[in-house]
Design a protein around this ligand. Structure first.
Ligand code: SF4
Length: 68
């Protein structure tokens, strides 16, 4: 699973960092940055998927899996 974050859509709700703190960090105003390259470990799918579904701004986007 691979995600990206569209920071132009982020509205600073901070939900993502609560669900998946290893993948999202928040700046002083609560706006999120993606940590790492967007590749999600299998063990973290649940938390990241919750972050994605709960983001009120739909700023977290699931990318098609990389072709192998
Ligand atoms: S949940 Fe969405 S709107 Fe809120 S900080 Fe994260 S990316 Fe931004």
């Amino acid at each position: 699973m691979r995600i990206r974050l569209d920071r132009t859509l982020c509205d600073g709700f901070g939900t993502c960092a609560r669900h998946a703190p290893g993948y999202f960090s928040l700046d002083d105003w609560g706006y999120a940055s993606l940590e790492g390259d967007g590749v999600v470990d299998a063990a973290d799918h649940a938390g990241v998927t919750r972050a994605l579904l709960d983001c009120p701004a739909h700023a977290i986007i699931r990318m098609p899996d990389a072709e192998s």
